[in-house]
Structures are given as C-alpha cells and as structure tokens.
Design a protein around this ligand. Structure first.
Ligand code: PLP
Length: 435
C-alpha cells in the first residue's frame, strides 16, 4: 500500500495548550507581581529551622515575585528606577545593593546562622572589608600560618596605614592571652589553616577576645558552614572565599562577610564599608554562587569521603613522612576537630620522605587527576606547592615560622572516584627519583 501525501489544513493544526498566545492556552494568566502559591510564601519563614541540606537548596531563594521563576533572575542592571526622588523598590544602585546579591546574602546568613551577610568581589575583598572595620591605630592578632594573601594584606596595612599585627600560634592560649594590647581590636583565625590544617579552639579564643573588647573573625573557607559554624562558637564575624566550596565549580571568584546574630549594627557597617570600598560582588557571580550552594551538602559529603580515603592511604605509604589532615586520628587536634567541626573537610597536605626539590616536582608533574593549580574547593582535585604558589608572598622567614617547608604538597580533594585518586598518587609515589 502506498501512502498519498495530502496538504495540511488549518483543522489539522493542534494548538499546544501550554503555549501562551495559542487559543487553546488553558491557564489563567495573572498580572506580574500577583501573589504566588501560598506554600511558596510560607517557605522563607521555615528555612532557618530546616536541616542543612534543605537550607542549601532553599535559603535566600523565593520564586521570583514577578513571574514565579524558580531560580532567581540575574538582575544585571547597574541602576534602578525611582518612582519619585524619595521612592524606589528597595534598590538604587548595584554597588550598594542588588536583588540577586541580596538573595545570596540571605542564603549565607541562614547557612552560617548569622545576623547579616555582605557579598564581595573576591575572598580577598571580604578580608579587606573586615579589616576596614578597625579604627585607626589598631592591633590585630593573627594565626601564624594564615593564607598567604591574608598575610600580604595585613603586611600592606602595617606598612601603609600603621596597623599593628602580631602573628602567633593561636593554639597556645596562654601566649594569646599575653599578646593582647590595649589597642587589640581583632583576632584573625583560620581554622583549619591553609596549608597546614592546624586548628584553633574558636570558642576559647572568642572568650578571650570578648573579655578584652576585640572582635573574633574566622576565615571559614576550608570547611563551609556545613562543616563548621564559627558564629555558634562565639565568633563575631565569618569570612569566606566563596570562590572555593560555596561555589564549588571553579568558575567564579567571590567572598562574603557574615556577622553574628547579635551584631546587627556591625552587619550594617559591613554592608556600608563594602559599598564605600566598591568591593561588592557582581550579580552574575552571585547567581553562580547561589547555584553552587544548592549542591553544597552532596558535594561536601563526596569531597570528605574522598579525602578520608586519600589521607589514610598517604599515611600508610612508605614514601610519606607526614600527612596533615584533621580527620586522621593521628592529627594532634583530632579531638578538637571532632568537638568544633561537623566534618573534617577535604583539604590535606603532606611531606615526602627526603622531600628534595626533584622529588617534590616529580609528584607535582606526574599526577594525572590532580591539576597543578592555585585554589581549592572545586569538584576537580587540585595539587599545589604552597611555598612557591599560595604562600609565595610570605617571606622565607615567615614561612619557616609558620612551618611551611619547601617540601610541603597540598591537595584539594575533588569529587572524583577516590580509587582513581589513590591509584594516581600511588603511581606518582611509586616512581619517585632517588633522594
Ligand atoms: N581565605 C583562604 C583560606 C583562601 O585559601 C583564599 C584563597 O585561596 C582566600 C581567603 C582568598 O580568596 P580569593 O582568592 O577568592 O580572593
């Protein structure tokens, strides 16, 4: 039988009832801005009490009031129209505020259990904003093995503006108590620290600082609020490089400062310092971090599961002299990690037996799944040489004081199959050149 082709008539065209504009469209169209489904509007109130995985998906995000878009629109506008000189819709200029940034700030406030957050263009600008809260002639106590960029900024402020800075081992609480001066206004904690994964007892330091009128700031980049909530431990401020785990996909740079619940005035000052310095985060970047947050819980679980396997294998390998990972029972502060963290994270560093330059370079160059690159916290595993990369801005003396040797290698464990990662490491370690 042969089919005969016949021309279509108008009657043969079936209008899609889901396409607006077709005569058969079967939904009632509300004007933009009409009230959304009742459940949506109740959700915002529920998020602060929800479990972390639920918070990650829903914090800061409401279906868009204009059209009900499930993901917040990217308000890619530098400026916002006024109705008259005294009336606008809550935003006037994107440096001072933007709806997409506000959504991310709400999300981070909830995840950290804070009273307000401000999002900045990079992690470094978050640190800059926090330091700009200090009055002139202040003194800061800072952990001796902080991120190299933090050290560089503190040193810049010391030389350019006369900021007084003391770097010390914050694990030594007696030394910390002795180091306070009448003008000490801030204690800067990084726990776990970069790259040696040393921990600071946040609650103990916050108690010391509060009694002396100083703010406690914690750089929480290495763990994210899912694995550590410094504000619950008494810190006043949390700082993040959202470039890392919070975004998680190595495709954006960003930062955030979150103030504690009781610090509402401080939260407002942080927002205005961000505005005056011009360090606010761009709307598109905020959107990307918000998208990253939705999978934070599942990513952190996978990162940490991989790190546990890698750390255990490295610790048992004859070519390894030391492994620094708070999740190992042998880590000197493992008990503190258990007490103040909800997990051990996925950053670790290690040193080779006979860690000559040639042997270290062999590992850095031979690995296949670990990309030799700065940064951390993305889904892909990275390897770095802190002395010549992340901490190159420290003087050799400062690195020596911090314990960062030339043979230290840092790993950021991604979410690849852990067996592939350990096979890669075993291959690189098994072919080391002689010492
Ligand atoms: N804080 C820590 C612990 C870091 O590791 C970094 C960067 O690596 C920063 C802050 C700075 O963040 P950013 O690179 O986003 O400016």
């Amino acid at each position: 039988m042969t089919a005969t082709a016949t021309a279509l008539t108008a009657d043969d065209v079936h209008f899609d009832p889901n396409v607006p504009g077709n005569p058969a469209y079967h939904f009632t169209i509300l004007p933009p801005g009409s009230p959304a489904q009742a459940g949506w509007t109740q959700r915002a109130g529920l998020v602060p009490d929800a479990r972390p995985a639920t918070q990650c998906v829903h914090a800061g995000v409401q279906p868009d009031p204009a059209y009900g878009a499930v993901m917040p629109p990217i308000y890619q506008s530098s400026t916002f129209a006024f109705r008259d000189v005294c009336t606008n819709a809550g935003f006037d200029y994107t440096r001072s505020g933007n709806p997409t940034r506000a959504a991310l700030e709400d999300a981070l406030t909830i995840l950290e259990g804070g009273g307000g957050a401000t999002c900045t263009s990079t992690g470094m600008s978050a640190i800059l904003v926090a330091l700009n809260l200090l009055p002139g002639a202040s003194h800061v106590l800072c952990t001796v093995d902080c991120y190299g960029g933090t050290f560089r900024l503190l040193e810049h402020a010391r030389v350019a503006y006369g900021l007084e800075v003391t770097y010390l081992d914050l694990a030594d609480l007696d030394a910390v108590a002795r180091a306070f001066r009448p003008n000490t206004r801030m204690v800067w904690i990084e726990s776990p620290s970069n790259p040696l994964l040393r921990l600071t007892d946040i609650a103990a330091i916050a108690t010391l600082a509060r009694a002396r009128g100083a703010l406690t700031v914690v750089d929480n980049t290495f763990l994210s609020p899912l694995l550590q909530r410094p504000l619950d431990l008494g810190a006043d401020l949390v700082v993040h490089s959202t470039t890392k785990y919070l975004n998680g996909h190595s495709d954006v740079v960003g930062g955030a400062v979150v103030a504690a619940r009781g610090q509402v005035a401080l939260a407002q000052r942080i927002a205005s310092v961000n505005n005056l310095l011009g360090t606010s985060q761009a709307p598109h970047d905020c959107f990307l971090v918000l998208r990253g947050l939705k999978t934070l819980q599942v990513r952190m679980r996978a990162h940490e599961a991989g790190a546990q396997v890698v750390a255990a294998c490295l610790a048992a390998h004859p070519a390894i002299r030391a492994v620094y990972y708070p999740g190992l029972a042998s880590h000197p502060q493992h008990a503190l990690a258990r007490r103040q963290q909800r997990g051990f994270g996925a950053m670790l560093s290690f040193e080779l037996v006979d860690g000559t330059r040639a042997r270290v370079e062999h590992v850095l160059k031979t690995l296949r799944w670990f990309t030799l690159a700065e940064s951390l916290g993305g889904v892909e595993s990275l390897v770095a040489h802190p002395a010549s990369m992340t901490h190159a801005s420290m003087t050799p003396e400062a690195r020596a004081r911090a314990g960062i040797t030339d043979s230290l290698i840092r790993l950021s464990i991604g979410i690849e199959e852990p067996d592939d990662l350990i096979a890669d490491l075993a291959r690189a370690l098994g072919s080391l050149p002689p010492a």
